[in-house]
Design a protein around this ligand. Structure first.
Ligand code: GDP
Ligand code: MN
Length: 399
């Protein structure tokens, strides 16, 4: 789960990381008012969206007066900000963050990620902050410092000093840098984050180390033990299809093709996507119903998948171990009887109670296309989708 910049800064501040003074606003008038409260003569207005690259996309504006702030905020509010990280649909701006502008001398990149190879938290830092890490690794890979943290002892002071030294932090600021690194590490560990990124971390002209930007991502499976983090969720920043699935305990991923997929298990989902592509089709989404799916859950999955307007055919691919094919078949039949669908439905069942499941499909009298192997299922789904699309075009042309 992602959170907003202002929320990440608030959390990091609690762990001793320096951040500029700032305030949140929900309207242009409030933004101007907040700036007056903060004081000073130069402010930064920042669109709060769950994506980076806002600076280049008009989501970060330096302002010198109330009027400029209100105008900058008015240009951001209600708009969908498109950055290189949001995809073409962008993300809605409903909150802006106003900060006292900070003059700085140097920008540093600082990231904390989970490194799967070493199974450790890895610190990635660079003296070339301000640009994205991808750009840094392309333009000045030699500036990147990597360091993994031994979980039994945490981030030790000598290790943090080594990082500060490698980044060329002036000796008088080493202690502040150590505190910043250790604060970020503790926030990462204590809050079950999967990513903390500060870009840029700056050295101000008055010799302070401040996080001018902050991004944090959390492990969704650990949110149950951090209710204060779970509360920070902002559904306006999520794909509505994915959040409504998550609310129902289903895993849904939206894609851009035409074949909707209902599967069980992430591995089978990947295999199903690949096979659809091999058969010449494009998946519109996939929905993982998980293990032990009841007929009601399957019926719910159908409603979710077909609520996507791009879906023109459905492929149900179940390899039942914990699941039961008869329950899945029941769910498919229930869903189709409750809401008949104007599109081909292909079902492939394998595993526990498969004979029973196939009987239920056959007895239903519904025009369900059955398949035995995964390849066959994908091919039938693609052919059925193409035929159906061709027919619909003819009807439209004739009409
Ligand atoms: P991002 O583009 O979404 O990563 O947004 P950032 O918060 O990183 O802002 C983009 C850029 O704006 C930063 O790299 C800074 O160069 C600049 N910026 C952000 N805050 C301040 C500030 O307080 N003072 C100054 N001078 N520049 C800032
Ligand atoms: Mn940034």
């Amino acid at each position: 789960m992602d959170i907003h910049e202002y929320q990440a800064k608030e959390l990091l501040r609690g762990f001793g990381v320096g951040v500029p003074d700032g305030a949140l606003a929900y309207s242009p008038e409030q933004a101007a008012y907040r700036a007056r409260e903060l004081g000073g003569s130069r402010w930064i207005v920042k669109a709060q969206v769950h994506a980076g690259g806002r600076g280049k996309a008009g989501g970060v504006k330096l302002c010198g007066s109330d009027h400029e702030i209100a105008d900058a905020a008015a240009a951001m509010f209600g708009r969908r900000l498109v950055t290189h990280q949001t995809g073409p649909e962008g993300k809605g701006v409903y909150r802006v963050y106003v900060e006292a502008a900070v003059p700085f001398e140097r920008e540093i990149y600082l990231g904390f990620v989970l490194d799967r190879t070493t199974q450790r938290v890895m610190i990635v830092a660079s003296s070339q902050g301000g640009m994205e890490i991808e750009e840094i690794s392309a333009k000045s890979p030699e500036s990147i410092v990597r360091s993994t943290v031994e979980p039994a002892v945490g981030l030790r002071e000598f290790q943090a000093r080594e990082i500060a030294f490698a980044l060329g932090i002036p000796p008088g600021l080493t202690q502040q840098m150590v505190r910043t690194l250790q604060g970020c590490y503790r926030a990462f560990r204590d809050l079950d984050a999967t990513m903390v990124e500060i870009n840029p971390l700056v050295i101000t002209t008055d010799n302070r180390i401040l996080a001018l930007d902050a991004k944090m991502t959390f492990d969704t499976n650990a949110l149950f033990r951090h209710p204060q983090i779970a509360e920070l969720r902002d559904k306006s920043q999520e794909d509505p299809r994915e959040s409504s699935a998550a609310d129902r305990g289903l895993n849904y991923i939206g894609l851009s093709g035409n074949i909707g997929c209902i599967v069980n298990g992430a591995g089978l989902a990947m295999a199903t996507m690949d096979t659809i592509k091999m058969a010449g089709g494009e998946p519109a989404n996939f929905l993982d119903i998980g293990g032990g799916a009841t007929p009601e859950r399957v019926a719910k999955a159908f409603r979710l998948v077909t609520s996507d307007k791009n879906v023109q055919a459905i492929l149900v691919n179940i390899f039942a171990g914990i699941n039961r094919c008869d329950w899945v078949a029941d769910g498919v039949v229930q869903a189709l009887k409750a809401e008949p669908l104007d599109m081909p439905v292909v079902v492939r069942l394998a595993g526990t109670n498969v004979e029973e499941g196939l009987k239920i499909l056959a007895r239903s009298g519904l025009p369900i296309i059955r398949a035995t192997s995964l390849m066959e299922a994908a091919e039938r789904a693609v052919i059925a989708w193409k035929n159906d699309a061709a027919q619909n075009t003819k009807v439209r042309v004739a009409g």
